[in-house]
Design a binder for this molecule. Structure first.
Ligand code: AHG
Ligand code: MN
Ligand code: MN
Ligand code: MN
Length: 336
């Protein structure tokens, strides 16, 4: 065996965060405990997602399973897993989930200083065909967490102390930023540990891929239509961009982060605020893009500057390589 076969200085996500958090020593313990509970949730969902197909095969995923229990949909199951993991961490005071109409205020005895906003299962329409799906989360610190209020969850994305996603694809990859860069970890199922595999991720300054649901083209506004036209028929003699659209935000964003390019879910006449939710889709992905040297724009402003009024509010989003998003901003500026 080569020496590598027995590498024992594996940088696990827990060790990594402990080292990272030494910069914010005061919250090192609490944050590490919170993150370990999020990681636990991701491991559970990863295992459930990998079995989902089989469960269907052996009839577990119909209306009822062999024990006659009502079979939970994967995104309801994932939601329960994350809510339980976050509450039991004793480090959260208010939670916002895509699957819960109202914010969840944690019972007093279990309150901690963090607010977590999350999409327990993103891309759930892709589960049955085995396409990558994921979990997205963002973390705010709440100064006075003795009496958590809804306003504590309605903060601009720039106030987040951390954000990340876990993608359940050919491998289970967790991408995280705690405010000083972006790092990627891959689950080693034999160890049950997330190992640092993508240190210091930086998105290419410019990309050759655009990622949008072209099926909505009829309803786009002029700047979006002009930008997509430019991707397909560049005037400056450069080659056209490739279109890659998976339909799971986590998968489309992960590819954009690693390969470069731009992901857009614009407004359209049917949905003037686009489709993606500000707190637990737009903000975490925008936070990661900025931390990786890219940027994120709503069509009106820097995405992280947006102040949400409602917990399930939506916003148009253009995010990815710095130069690509600059082109979109220029087209919207002309529009003013
Ligand atoms: P979710 O499954 O959490 O509701 O999110 C689905 C979102 C996002 O994952 C993806 O980018 C977008 O829906 C795709 O929407 P379209 O099918 O309208 O393109
Ligand atoms: Mn989603
Ligand atoms: Mn979802
Ligand atoms: Mn959904």
């Amino acid at each position: 065996h080569s020496a590598d076969a027995y590498r024992t200085d594996l940088m696990t996500i827990t060790r990594f965060v402990l080292n990272e958090q030494s910069k914010h020593a005061e919250s090192r313990g609490d944050f590490t405990i919170l993150l370990s509970h999020i990681v636990l949730g991701c491991k559970f969902v990863c295992s459930a997602v990998n079995k989902a197909g089989l469960a269907k095969l052996i009839g577990l995923a119909g209306e009822t399973n062999v024990q006659g229990e009502e079979q939970k949909k994967l995104d309801v199951l994932s939601n329960e897993v994350f809510v339980k993991a976050l509450v039991s961490s004793g480090r959260t005071c208010i939670l916002v989930s895509e699957e819960d109409e109202l914010a969840i205020v944690v019972e007093p005895s279990k309150r901690g200083k963090y607010c977590v906003v999350f999409d327990p299962l993103d891309g759930s329409s892709n589960i049955d065909c085995g396409v990558s799906i994921g979990t997205i989360f963002g973390i705010y610190m709440i100064k006075d967490h003795s009496e958590p209020k809804l306003e504590d969850a309605l903060q601009p994305g720039k106030n987040m102390v951390a954000a990340g996603y876990c993608m359940y694809g050919s491998s289970c990859t967790l991408v995280l930023s705690t405010g000083s860069g972006v790092n990627g970890f891959t689950l080693d199922p034999s160890l049950g540990e997330f190992i640092l595999t993508h240190p210091e991720i930086k998105i290419p300054k410019k990309g050759k891929i655009y990622s949008v649901n072209e099926g909505n083209a009829r309803n786009w506004d002029a700047p979006t239509a002009k930008y997509v036209e430019k991707c397909k028929f560049p005037k400056d003699g450069s080659s056209a961009k490739s279109l890659r659209y998976i339909g799971s935000m986590v998968a489309d964003v992960h590819r954009t982060l690693l390969y470069g390019g731009i992901f857009l879910y614009p407004a359209d006449k049917k949905s003037p605020n686009g489709k993606l939710r500000v707190l637990y889709e737009v903000f975490p992905m925008s936070f990661l893009m900025e931390q990786a040297g890219g940027q994120a724009f709503t069509g009106k402003e820097r995405a992280l500057d947006l102040v949400p009024k409602k917990i399930h509010e939506r916003s148009p989003i253009f995010l990815g390589s710095y130069d690509d998003v600059e082109e979109v901003k220029a087209l919207y500026a002309e529009e003013q």
